[in-house]
Design a protein around this ligand. Structure first.
Ligand SMILES: *Cc1c(COP(=O)(O)O)cnc(C)c1O
Length: 339
């Protein structure tokens, strides 16, 4: 059985969070002489530390109470906070799969947590037999599952199998879920007390510059994130940008449809190119290809001012290509055909 108190670091359980001036009085009306702000200007006031308006809007969109939502400075903040809440440095462990998103590694290093990495199988799926051996390790507190997975692009199966067996936290990173046909795990946060789902405004919502990420989980888990975050972790400008994008849902849908259409086209065209040995199936807004020589092809594309992501260091001869506009994709194809 999952017992939250066994998984949270003792110092975090005991922590009394910083109470900001905006915590103690949160109305809009009044003369504000409480936070040592400058009385002049337009960005002179601290933002809402709990992003209430943004959470309300997300809560309506996802049919989930605001208490189940945490907003972070990008979902990279969610990853970092998960380490800080659940893993004692130089003692506890976390686990993920390989290849996957590189920030789990970096964040583990920063937090001095050992990260176990289990290779995905040849269809880029989780090897459950191998994983099972680790699930009862008392020191293992956190499992990261990126689905759709970056850089392979595919949805991962058997996530519920893991949620049912693991006594620690499972963080499902759904940065690309809006591009996928798979159901989001957000709907399962009431069923699994050990489930945290992260999403982001950086990809399908088109707001990478704004740095707004989200964690969905039960109220207890979310309150831990709220407790450890910096008081004003999401700026007023960024909260506003995210709110504006939510209020413009039709644009979100239109742009997503355009990206999906381009992805299909790009997949077809990439398959015709002789230096492309394989085009992997993608449930996201990028395509992983295997080429005859990734380093050489990557560099030659750079010379033609087309920048892709060379993944050769983690997947031999593989390059990850983000789906761009029709014009950008055409230029990529011309550049590839020029090689
Ligand atoms: C891009 C990406 C993120 C980044 O999220 P931010 O909200 O921009 O910090 C998180 N996870 C994965 C798997 C990504 O590919």
């Amino acid at each position: 059985m999952f017992v939250l108190e066994n998984v949270v670091r003792k110092n975090i359980l005991a922590l009394k969070s910083y109470s900001s001036a905006r915590d103690e009085f949160s109305g809009n009306d009044g003369i504000f002489l409480d936070a040592n702000e400058n009385p002049f200007g337009t960005l002179n006031r601290y933002p809402d530390p709990y992003q209430k308006e943004l959470k309300k809007k997300l809560s309506e969109l996802k049919s989930i109470p605001s208490e189940n939502i945490f907003i972070g400075n990008g979902s990279d903040e969610v990853i970092d906070l998960a380490f800080r809440i659940f893993c004692d440095p130089a003692k506890d462990k976390a686990l993920t799969f390989s290849p996957t998103y590189g920030m789990y590694d970096v964040s583990a290093e920063i937090n001095e947590v050992e990260l176990i990495k289990i290779p995905l199988d040849e269809s880029f799926q989780i090897d459950l037999n191998c994983l099972e051996k680790y699930l009862n390790d008392e020191k293992l507190k956190l499992i990261f599952i990126c689905s759709p997975n970056n850089p392979t692009g595919n949805n991962l199966n058997n996530i519920e199998w893991i949620l049912q067996r693991f006594k620690g936290i499972v963080l499902v990173d759904e940065a690309y879920i809006d591009f996928s046909n798979a159901d989001s795990f957000v709907k399962k946060i009431d069923k699994y007390p050990n489930l945290i789902v992260s999403q982001t405004f950086s990809k399908a919502w088109g707001l990478a510059a704004a740095r707004v990420g989200i964690a969905y989980s039960n109220e207890k888990n979310i309150s831990l994130f709220s407790k450890v975050k910096a008081p004003y972790n999401v700026s007023e400008l960024n909260q506003k940008a995210a709110l504006d994008s939510l209020e413009n849902y039709s644009e979100f849908e239109e742009r997503k449809a355009a990206i999906m259409e381009q992805k299909e086209l790009l997949e077809k065209e990439l398959m015709k190119i002789s230096i492309v040995k394989k085009v992997f199936h993608s449930d996201a807004n990028f395509i992983l290809i295997e080429t005859i020589d990734a380093n050489k092809i990557y560099n030659e594309l750079v010379m033609q001012k087309v920048i892709t992501r060379n993944r050769n260091s983690i997947m031999k001869n593989c390059i990850r290509i983000t789906v761009g506009t029709a014009d950008e994709n055409k230029k990529l194809l011309i550049a590839l055909n020029n090689l």
